[in-house]
Design a protein around this ligand. Sequence first.
Ligand SMILES: Cc1ncc(COP(=O)(O)O)c(C=O)c1O
Length: 264
Amino acid sequence: MNFSKYKKSTTSVWGGESDLNVTGAVTSPIVNSVAFSYHDVDHWHEVSLGKADGFIYSRNTNPTVAVLEEKIRLLEGAEAATSFATGMAAISNTLYTFLTNGKRVVSQKDNYGGTSKIFLDFLPLNKVQVQLCDTTDFDQFEIEIAKGCDLVYLETPTNPTLKVVDIKRLATAAKKVGAIVVVDNTFATPINQNPLALGADLVIHSATKFLCGHSDAMGGVVAGKKELVQKIYQYREINGASLQADPAYMIARGMKTLELRIER
Ligand SMILES: Cc1ncc(COP(=O)(O)O)c(C=O)c1O
């Protein structure tokens, strides 16, 4: 299906859902298989090398999880998406993929508490330089970004202080120094804001919140440029913070009413 012609409410319901339903079922099945088998080893090998479509092992990819990733990819207008066991796993895997020894990151003082802890306590242990700006002082952001940095990390609106950050302005500053721009879009949801359209390279969701919407499943997603998402995926598939099929189904189910709930 070509979802570009559909509204977000329709994409929330049907995005990613069509390919799995060989039986004609109108909801995607929960595929709890850990491994996937093939009739011959050559086919398995092609899939494992990424040369043919299919699944190998659910720590890497899983059919139910793929439905959720595709739904969010479409809603964010991204080239690719990958998922995680929680929102914090999405954030930490993204930051640790790009911020190695000697790199510099510019972010804001108001981030979700867990994210702040990564910036204040954990990244400095890996000798990453962390500069946190006053969240709505965009002049200060521009000065710090212009000094040179590898990644700009934004969260808007912020949890819990509900401050709003100018993604477009700061993404423009980041591009001048070649920094990757990452935005936590959890509070806005793709219904209210698409950071990639404002110049971000990657968008993150704690799917635990509005996307799921029923406080009964946890998950996280990163969507954005294919090349960057691929690097994060490779980090996650080995570090292992993968989303399981059951919560993926619950979140995709909750997302079918996303626009209605956000409007309300
Ligand atoms: C804006 C934001 N980002 C990330 C997270 C972390 O998500 P999770 O609890 O799914 O790990 C939260 C959780 O409250 C949040 O509010």
